[in-house]
Design a protein around this ligand. Structure first.
Ligand code: AMP
Ligand code: MG
Length: 420
């Protein structure tokens, strides 16, 4: 179909990107909960707040290899005036002490071992002179030195982890410490990917004139998996409305979220536009006040969401990071913290003002104690290479150019702890 200027697709009302993101989040519901073994929990999102089932540590424990004593017994010890103790027990890690420490008595104790009753302080091995089955100490130590009290780290019932926390190695260590062999997590949203375009070839195909390999499909699969969701790769479709209709119908039967790429602009063969025209779901927006990816269109029906991303690789990538990724994380109880204000100093000028806000692929790095930002390369939505080079999206406000030395807001892209 040849589109004329009277076609409604030329007259869309654009929405600012962050308003679009908020609108998407307000239409989502959380996934169901499931239980998984701890060794399969990495990368998943906690479905409940978890409280500590016991104190950590749950017994008074030695922080050193040494001798457990009563601190009061050390009173007066100094060089030339050692105090002698009788060694009454040997306490390795994992053992339960059998004897109480009386005045003038001590027990040899290893790091992490349980403190014997009535002892309150541990003297390091290095500070002790051993004489047969007795020891001599020439220093006073304050009460409690080298002893970790029960609950020092975490108290029973204290909040350990919040719902929506993404489970990484640190969380795994905490869960293991507290005996969570089974972990309540949100089920992973299934995300179907349908790429459109008569020009698309499989990745392993030989190049032929006029055609290109389908990079968006593979890229989106990687993005979905890194976000902690499950990718369902549908067969790519050509620019024919009937094939698209059946592909999307099929995808909605199998997936929580559907992503299409391409066909969403004002071109003659942009079939997604025609598909939205005949859909009975609710279109949230079909134009964004941003570059790249201004024709990005999102619709929702029965809490299933369709993200129609632009086909240009750069726009497709940015569309996923700005809209799909936060949506998937929200469905698993998490807040995508990457959109909180982060700033760096721009080291080159970006002085081509645009009526729309821009999300430019950039590189942010530390230099001499400050965060600096530069463009990853030529900024065009068709460029693939800068997707690999970028570690951030630099936000250029609408209508202004920026000079070197000015502050710029950015959104980190890589898995920086706390943001991903
Ligand atoms: P479209 O959004 O369909 O108008 O496509 C915009 C541009 O992106 C065109 O140059 C397409 O060839 C290209 N493109 C579309 N889909 C893909 C894809 N899956 N992988 C790589 N490039 C694509
Ligand atoms: Mg196309």
């Amino acid at each position: 179909m040849r589109r004329e200027l009277t076609d409604p697709t030329f007259h869309r009302k654009p929405l600012p990107a962050m308003e679009a993101q908020a609108l998407i989040l307000s239409h989502l519901i959380k996934m169901k909960c499931e239980s998984v073994p701890l060794d399969q929990a990495v990368g998943r999102y906690l479905a409940e707040d978890l409280l500590a089932p016991h104190d950590l540590p749950h017994f008074a424990r030695s922080g050193m290899d040494g001798y457990a004593v009563r601190s009061a017994d050390l009173a007066g010890a100094r060089t030339g005036m050692p105090i002698e103790f009788e060694v009454i027990e040997d306490i390795p890690c994992g053992a339960v002490p059998q004897k109480k420490i009386g005045s003038g008595q001590t027990a040899r104790i290893m790091t992490g071992a349980m403190l014997p009753e009535c002892a309150d302080t541990v003297v390091m091995l290095e500070m002790v002179e051993v004489v047969g089955d007795r020891i001599r100490i020439i220093r006073e130590l304050p009460l409690g030195r080298n002893v970790t009290e029960p609950g020092f780290e975490v108290r029973t019932e204290e909040k350990l982890l919040n719902q929506g926390t993404r489970i990484g190695p640190g969380e795994i260590a905490l869960l293991a410490t507290f005996g969570f062999a089974i972990v309540p997590v949100f089920t992973r949203p299934v995300v179907a990917v349908i790429s459109t375009g008569d020009e698309l070839l499989e990745v392993d195909a030989h190049l032929v004139p006029g055609k290109i390999r389908n990079s968006n499909r593979a890229m989106l699969q990687a993005q979905i998996e890194l976000a902690g969701a499950t990718a369902l790769m549908m067969e790519p479709v050509g620019d024919i409305l009937s094939s698209l209709v059946s592909a999307i119908d099929d995808a909605f039967l199998k997936a929580d979220v559907v992503i299409t790429t391409g066909g969403v602009s004002v071109g003659d063969r942009d079939v997604l536009v025609d598909w939205f025209g005949q859909w009975d779901g609710k279109m949230l927006f079909n134009k964004l006040k941003m570059r790249p990816g201004s024709p990005t269109t999102v619709g929702v029906k029965n809490h299933q969401m369709l993200f129609a991303l632009s086909g240009n690789p750069g726009a497709c990538f940015v569309g996923f990071e700005l809209f799909v990724s936060p949506a998937l994380r929200a469905m698993m109880g998490a807040v995508d913290r990457r959109f909180e204000d982060m700033e760096a100093v721009l080291t080159e000028s970006f002085d081509k003002p645009n009526a729309f806000e821009r999300y430019v692929r950039g590189c942010v790095s530390w230099n001499a104690g400050r965060l600096e930002a530069r463009l990853a390369g030529v900024e065009q939505s068709s460029i693939v290479r800068t997707i690999a080079q970028a570690n951030a999206l630099l936000v250029i406000p609408a209508g202004v150019g920026l000079q070197a030395g000015q502050s710029i807001r950015f959104i980190p892209l890589r898995d920086w702890k706390g943001w991903a």
